[in-house]
Design a protein around this ligand. Structure first.
Ligand code: HEM
Length: 493
């Protein structure tokens, strides 16, 4: 037989075995409940593309329970976890038995390098122990004036945009990410992005990275065939050039901090200075410090701006809720240019409910990906080592057994309900993850969100634009695509 034919047949046999025979007839994972076989090539991926990752995972959990098997590209079995006990086991009790992963590990490696987001085991423990104090509440409280300044900047620009008109249609998702980028620049590295006026070199490079592939399918293809990343094509060249620029600037920032005799209040300065005081074996290496710049930039910017955008959208959709929040704010922020303090923001109860409900209904990070380091049993099912485990925070947040029959609806008042309060724990409300790998910037994100939202809702009223629609696009965070347009008018009292 022609040797090429043998080669083609062998390849076909291998693909048939990997994509069909093994996952569907031999893998122990096939015993776990899940949907019937999907597309031969795309598995159930088409559903994720159509419905968005969060909703698709929630639908599966509602149909099949807290542990569900589904098939990703080329029918690779993935396990969806939406059971609080399993969440506890993976994230809290045995976090270092599971390796953290991202949809595209190679892209993540280029971006986060040796930073904490990709660290595992002892390296993660060391980095976390070293970084924790810099994110302490006393330091985060000092950032409030910068958050408030960002809120007022957004207010002033929208005021000017509306001018004397009764209302203006504004794409709110254009400016919010710029404001949060400016904020993380200042509180993170004492770096002026000034992105509402002109893009700095770092801002341009950063945008090129984030916008490198708006299509989740392209991201998945890159993940499936890592070799594509080595091809000298436009999308790759732009990506690598941007990473190079960011690394160069990150390096400069770290070197400047190391040379500086004074301790600044920004996170990088706190990290560099406290690092110097530690014994050598507890310190972050130079490369780890440099990688934290990009890590904090990405972890701290996209997530917060997306959460804020969703909050404005939900409040526009629910005018009564918006009025109730504004009433709470006007009582404290008596004039339009009021500069709120930490204590004032911290005491606003309904604002806190709106924050929590936004993060519950539209959890910016809808799923956390882990791989188990050893074979194990979960809820009676054998899970061979190296199985992709998709912990869906989104599905847990929409579970009617915890949140009631209106789990899918935005209702901040539920957070005042004592029955709900008694059911909620860090295992079923996990927008910031849980356990030792949970979000380092949680307090910071909460305060930033509250500072900006409170200033803006005090000063503007938001309404939906009739007929305007958008889709939920998930790369790491759930982004509204192409953005959110709202009708915005000034509050004249
Ligand atoms: C609403 C805003 C935010 C959300 C929803 C969010 C969510 C998360 C989640 C879910 C994780 C855990 C990932 C995992 O376990 O795999 C995480 C980790 C992390 N986040 Fe955030 N985050 C937000 C804002 C921020 C901010 C403002 C910063 C800091 C500037 C930040 C820095 C980090 C870091 C450094 C980690 C890694 C922690 C570790 O590995 O120990 N995040 N975040």
């Amino acid at each position: 037989m022609n040797q090429y034919l043998i080669l083609v047949l062998a390849l076909f046999g291998y693909v048939l075995y990997k994509c069909y025979i093994y996952p569907l007839y031999l893998s122990p994972l096939r015993k776990i409940p899940g949907p019937p076989v999907g597309n031969f090539i795309l598995g159930h991926y088409t559903t994720f593309l159509k419905n968005g990752l969060g909703d698709a995972l929630t639908h599966l959990a509602k149909q099949y329970g807290g542990i569900v098997r589904y098939h990703d590209l080329l029918n690779k079995p993935h396990i969806l976890i939406a059971d609080s006990k399993l969440v506890q086991k993976i994230l809290v009790n045995h976090p270092y038995d599971y390796v953290r992963s991202f949809v595209n590990g190679n892209v993540a490696k280029e971006m986060f390098g040796e930073g904490i987001l990709l660290a595992n085991g002892d390296s993660h423990k060391r980095q976390r122990k070293m970084m924790n104090p810099s994110f302490a509440f006393v330091n985060v409280k000092e950032m409030v004036p910068t958050f408030v300044q960002g809120g007022h900047k957004l207010k002033d620009i929208w005021m000017e945009q509306i001018g004397n008109k009764k209302e203006e249609r504004i794409t709110i998702t254009t400016l919010i990410p710029k404001i949060t980028l400016d904020i993380i620049g200042l509180v993170g590295f004492n770096y002026e992005f000034n992105s509402t006026t002109s893009d700095s070199e770092l801002a341009q490079a950063y945008h090129l990275i984030l916008d490198r592939s708006p299509s989740p399918l392209v991201v998945a293809l890159f993940a499936l065939i890592p070799f594509i990343m080595n091809l000298p094509i436009e999308i790759n060249n732009r990506f690598f050039n941007s990473v190079k620029i960011i690394n160069k600037i990150s390096e400069q920032l770290v070197v400047e901090q190391k040379k500086s005799p004074i301790q600044g209040k920004d996170l990088l300065s706190l990290l560099v200075k406290s690092n110097e005081k530690l014994p050598a074996d507890e310190q972050l290496t130079h490369n780890e410090l440099v990688s934290q710049v990009m890590t904090l930039l990405i972890a701290g910017h996209e997530t917060t701006s997306t959460a804020l955008s969703w909050a404005f959208y939900f409040l526009a959709k629910h005018p009564d809720t918006q009025d109730r929040l504004r009433k709470e704010l006007v009582d404290v922020f008596t004039d339009r240019d009021h500069v709120p303090t930490f204590d004032e923001i911290d005491h606003l109860k309904y604002l806190d409910c709106v924050l929590k409900e936004t993060l519950r209904v539209s959890s910016p990070v809808p799923a956390l990906i882990r791989y188990n380091l050893k074979d194990e049993t979960m809820n009676g099912y054998l899970i061979p080592k190296n199985t992709p485990l998709i912990i869906s925070t989104y599905a847990v947040h929409h579970d009617p057994s915890i949140w009631g029959d209106d789990a899918d609806y935005f209702n901040p008042s539920r957070w005042l309900d004592s029955e709900i309060k008694s059911k909620v724990s860090n295992l079923n409300f996990l927008p910031f993850g849980a356990g030792p790998t949970n979000c380092l910037g949680m307090k910071m994100a909460q305060l930033e969100f509250k500072s900006i939202l409170s200033i803006i809702i005090r000063n503007f009223e938001f309404k939906l634009v009739e007929g305007f629609t958008f889709e939920n696009k998930t790369l790491v965070v759930i982004r509204p695509d192409p953005g959110i347009d709202l009708l915005v008018s000034k509050v004249d009292y």
